[in-house]
Design a protein around this ligand. Structure first.
Ligand code: WTA
Length: 661
């Protein structure tokens, strides 16, 4: 690696000159000016961005009103717009209808599907009309449980078009997780498919949905997309085939968009929280669209000639912001991929890059690590010369992974942008800008304009340079979540109780002397396994629901490919202690998989006699975390334990398990 010095930053890699020359933001000087302006005059700055990025039926009267007591932010109040109009209609009006919106590549390599903006518009309008026909309207929640097929963004945009609030549930979640989300959101409509396809296998989504719906009598209509062509049982009156509904004679190919206020809800997306059950993160229309689209434009420097590919699943926020709303607002051409990076071979991603001449690729460190494992030879089989910018998201990226990505995939010429954000933030908050920021391997660079992060110590004072602390955000930003659906009190408690004046991200972070941010992972009870957020409490309560289990405690552990794995300490009820431990483990794994989904299955289950507790009876998670991380030589606070012998036993048990592999 050549080390270059830039604008006084030593050891950072400069963006290629040509990229900078044509970039929206061309240099650190320009970035600093933008950033300063965004703090000196936030209203002026965000008004300009909102005007540039979106078409409004009516302009806002107030850019931001913020109630610091109630933690209520309102952006672009008085403004009226429609998200689907901004993603579709205005591109048609500008003569860009024949531009390709989505190249869809299926699980099995072969014929995909291509949708121009005009075709996408028509499908969205048709499904929007179907929803209207069945009585779905403004404010109604619609749950969407689909794999990575074009009908997923189509269904989302159809909701947005008529003002319904979409609740997308990741296709990898189980029927139980789906049921909980349908009930919590009060969805009365579900969109699903017969079955999904993944690595050549059939995933029975309709069957899961059927199970979930046994406990959801409120769901009146289910629209079923045909994807895998498997036989499913359709319930008369409730279940309708998507294709038949769209082709019905009374369904037109145009549908007038609903005029929405900037603060009307756009979607709810459930995510793991530090305490208890997953929470429904609520995003509204105007601010969210501004954040998603301007970050997509400026961070990755996406232009008309680019082919964008965000390889994340739309079931997670990355797909919402950078497969659906960001790129479509910007009128980009993009790739949507149904399958996984290693199927049928570990060069599948690179074949896709070659096939569609992808120029900007956005994926997760866990995917890169899984490909690294298969060896460099798989990166040399395809022509990757179309790539110009690479991005990562979802978890900390270590310098070796960052450099492998840059050198083996980017040919040493593409900047690697490590972007930090969360479901709650709506869009990227900390990241290098492709044409401006010299990058340091493993760092997320600088805050996006308008974003004011702060690193705090437990005692609420600010950390020094290079000192790790809690990453918090001081000022409101347009894409911030507005509330936890149905529970504003929990929203305030979760995000604003440790530090009353700053939003708590749950991540640890430090800032170096050059002002670069270095993210260090979650410092709470959220586990980030393969970039998927899983609440430790959620896995604990799933385990505790099993008939053998008396108690469970779950923590994260280091994992070579997933970043973090899930480590569960389980205490069995007395009468089951004698059972064969391998059989118990297998049963528990299956049980958690069924309750939440395969992604939540623990990597290690340690059957133990007791958990370490303080004298007041609190489980000492710090100790469990150290055991799971193998840091057993420094279990300092053993004195405060009620029974120190417990820890010795746990350490011995853990060693035995991990040695066994
Ligand atoms: C983690 C995904 C380090 C972090 C967009 C955060 C990251 C959680 C990065 C949010 C990054 C995301 N470096 N950690 N570049 N990006 N994270 O809600 O712990 O699924 O809190 O949103 O992922 O995950 P979520």
């Amino acid at each position: 690696m050549s080390q270059e010095a830039s604008e006084g930053i030593v050891g950072a890699l400069l963006p290629p000159e040509e990229l900078s020359r044509n970039a929206y933001v061309k240099s650190m000087g320009e970035y600093r000016d933008l950033y300063r302006r965004s703090l000196d005059d936030p209203d002026g700055f965000w008004a300009e961005v909102a005007e540039q990025q979106l078409d409004w039926y009516r302009r806002w009267h107030t850019v931001l009103s913020w109630d610091p007591e109630r933690k209520e932010a309102r952006w672009f109040e008085g403004g009226v717009l429609n998200a689907a109009y901004n993603c579709l209609d205005r591109h048609l009006a500008a003569g860009r209808g024949e531009r390709i919106a989505i190249h869809w590549d299926p699980d099995e390599p072969g014929e995909g599907r291509t949708l121009t903006y005009r075709q996408l518009h028509e499908e969205v309008c048709r499904f929007a009309n179907v929803l209207r026909k069945y009585g779905v309207g403004k404010g109604d929640r619609v749950c969407i449980y689909l794999p990575m097929i074009p009908e997923l963004p189509i269904a989302m945009l159809a909701c947005a078009r008529i003002g319904a609030v979409h609740v997308v549930v990741f296709g990898g979640f189980s029927s139980g997780a789906l049921r909980d989300r349908i009930l919590d959101s009060g969805s009365r409509t579900l969109v699903c498919c017969d079955a999904g396809r993944r690595c050549g296998k059939v995933i029975p989504l309709m069957r899961n949905a059927d199970w979930a719906l046994r406990d959801c009598p409120g769901v009146q209509n289910v629209f079923v997309v045909r994807r895998a062509g498997v036989a499913v049982e359709m319930k008369e009156g409730r279940d309708h085939w998507w294709d038949e509904e769209l082709a019905a004679e009374d369904i037109e190919g145009d549908c007038p968009p609903e005029e929405m206020n900037a603060e009307d809800p756009l979607f709810i997306l459930y995510t793991a929280s530090s305490t208890g059950r997953p929470v429904g993160v609520l995003h509204t229309t105007g601010g969210y669209l501004v954040q998603a689209s301007i970050t997509h434009r400026w961070v990755f420097d996406v232009h008309d000639e680019d082919v964008w590919w965000c390889a994340a699943d739309v079931g997670w926020v990355t797909g919402h912001s950078y497969l659906v709303y960001g790129p479509l607002v910007n009128g980009s051409s993009q790739v949507m991929f149904e399958g996984v990076a290693t199927y049928p071979h570990p060069d599948r991603f690179w074949q896709i890059c070659e096939k569609y001449r992808v120029s900007v690729l956005y994926t997760a460190p866990t995917v890169i690590r899984s490909l690294m494992k298969h060896g460099d030879k798989w990166t040399t089989t395809c022509d990757l010369s179309s790539l110009r910018v690479l991005g990562t998201v979802g978890e900390p990226v270590s310098p070796d992974v960052w450099l492998w990505y840059r050198n083996n995939i980017g040919g040493g010429r593409c900047p690697v942008l490590d972007t930090w954000w969360q479901t709650e933030t709506g869009g990227i908050l900390i990241a290098p800008l492709a044409g401006a920021t010299p990058t340091k391997p493993g760092s997320s660079g600088f805050p996006f304009p308008g974003v004011v992060p702060v690193i705090l110590r437990q005692d609420r004072t600010e950390a020094d340079v290079d000192e790790s602390g809690f990453l918090c955000i001081k000022q409101p930003w347009p894409g911030m979540m507005r509330t936890i659906y149905g529970n504003h009190k929990l929203f305030v408690e979760t995000y604003y109780s440790l530090f009353p004046d700053a939003y708590l991200t749950g991540d640890g972070c430090r800032v170096d002397a050059d002002g670069y941010y270095w993210l260090q992972g979650r410092v709470d009870n959220v586990i980030n396994a393969s970039g998927f957020r899983i609440g430790a409490c959620e896995v604990e309560s799933a385990l505790a629901g099993h008939q053998f289990v008396s108690e469970a405690a779950v923590v994260g552990m280091p994992h070579a490919v997933k970043g973090q794995g899930i480590y569960a300490f389980v205490i069995l009820k007395g009468e089951y202690e004698k059972l064969d431990s391998d059989e118990v483990r297998t049963d528990l794994l299956r049980y958690v998989g069924n309750r939440i989904g395969p992604i939540a299955r623990p990597d290690v289950i340690q059957l133990a006699a007791a958990l370490p507790r303080t004298r007041s009876g609190k489980v000492m998670r710090g100790i469990l975390r150290n055991i799971a991380e193998g840091k057993t030589d420094r279990l300092a606070d053993r004195e405060t334990l009620a029974d120190p012998g417990v820890v010795e036993q746990l350490i011995a048990g853990s060693k035995e398990l991990l040695d066994k592999g």
